[in-house]
Design a protein around this ligand. Sequence first.
Ligand SMILES: [Zn+2]
Length: 370
Amino acid sequence: MWTYNSANSLEKSLPSIEKAIDRENVCHKIAVDGGSSDQSRTILDRFGWTVKEAQRKGIPYQANEALTMVDTPFFAAFEHDIILNPKWFDRTSRIVESDDRTGAAQGLRLYVGSKTMRAFEAWMYRAKRIPAWSFSIDNTLFRTEAVKRAGGFPIEDPASADTILRKNLFGLGYRWITDSALLSGHYRKDFLEQFKHQVKLFELARYYWSSSPQDRSVPRRFISLLGGNPTHVLGMALQSSMLRVPIAWYILRLQRGLYLAFPHENKAARRVPMDLWYLTYFLKTVLSSRLTLPTAGEGIDNLASTGKNCAWCGQSAGFSYSVPRDWGNILPKLHPGVGRRFFACSDSHAERIAEKIFKDAFEYVTPSHS
Ligand SMILES: [Zn+2]
């Protein structure tokens, strides 16, 4: 754990960790503190954590210092504001242990504390707007060897240690698995805290991560500045029945939009690293849905099947495939001409079509398998 003036959330976070992980599964509880002036160190001490003063302040630096003290095959990384699900260790340890290509396993975390922040994410989770493969390093069980082979927590961008570590693990052939039904809390005292946190994060970040970094078109930026799709905001307001929810949403989006609208010299847009594991899983599901189309002259149905062309090459198609229904937000992202069912001349072309569908929708992919 890395901390800095975290007293407020530690009182909630530490007991939840203690509850989720049995004593016999814990060797060390290590916190690297970035020079707190509040009660953080005292509280950590009270819960039996070894506290070390950071040589250099910042998430990846503090995390790496803690990593040098890890002497077990697996370790857990927590942020000071995580309120851990009681089942967290049970479920993440099973995922990590079941396959030695798995480098990291985690759940999702949704805001608690602030009612406003909670309403945003409760809506987003229910509407499947939170990708099931969402990742972070704050409620995550790691394979120590994997992280060490990847060079530890990357210091390249202090606000993107998670994204870059994940990319580095993919590069080594490891998976990063998210159990999207395993929900922990992410404590925010109030909306103002989130507002300040977001500014700090923008200032700190060197990279913006996007599924389509080249798409900085004016309409897209304008829509983003205005808070994105207005029906989402309406949904949030109705679900929470709190008027301040849409107002707070627009404030946060405007803050983000304004920040991104101005050029920042030392910042670059980069593509979110693709998780090949989820892609492979998706392709397999699509290919297994293959149906052979009746050829001309076979049965009375042949009129319906004539003129079906491969959506990749345009040649006459012999098969139809379906995009699985339970991959949430992939469906609304389908390109014109490719529907829930599409036609292809061969498995290899079907695979290319499915890959394009997946990559276009990547930002909102929500496989509902568990
Ligand atoms: Zn084809």
